[in-house]
Design a protein around this ligand. Sequence first.
Ligand code: DUT
Length: 155
Amino acid sequence: MFRAGPFVADHVRPVDPEQVQPNGLDLTAEAIFETGGGRIGRDGERIGERDPVDPDPDADAWRLSPGGYILRYGERIHIPEGHVGFVYPRSSLMRNAAMLHTAVWDAGYEGRGEGLLAVHEGIDIEPDARVAQLVLAEASHEGTYDGSYQGENIE
Ligand SMILES: O=c1ccn([C@H]2C[C@H](O)[C@@H](COP(=O)(O)OP(=O)(O)OP(=O)(O)O)O2)c(=O)[nH]1
């Protein structure tokens, strides 16, 4: 069973009331990076160097041309035990021919995670704008997340 938005909100900080949705919680864009040069190996992986994209001060927005970017969410997310998380793009993002590609959010994970922002036609995104939605589904699991991204981007 997927949990309601207010339950998801209890596991995310900070949260503004307008982020709480019927079935999940909207996530905001905190930073956007260009990247490249990573490697996925049989026994490990290397994440490519990050180059932050600066917002255009005149437009008060990241002015993104077509390409792939890493987007970091502004919220600290904790996936509670007994659950698994999924992130979807806001449909407004998708309707502007941009997409967030995401992976599985494991029980026990805590951090400010990231997604792959694919821009197909060019788009302006304002810093701290809502771009995605986190949903939590009840799930059985063996153990909890203890990988290299545990606690990422938390001061
Ligand atoms: O779109 C996503 C999906 C997941 N995560 C976070 C939560 C998840 O628990 C963690 C690790 O994800 P995953 O297990 O898929 O990563 P991995 O590459 O297999 O790393 P590890 O070896 O640490 O499991 O990254 C994100 O930031 N973005």
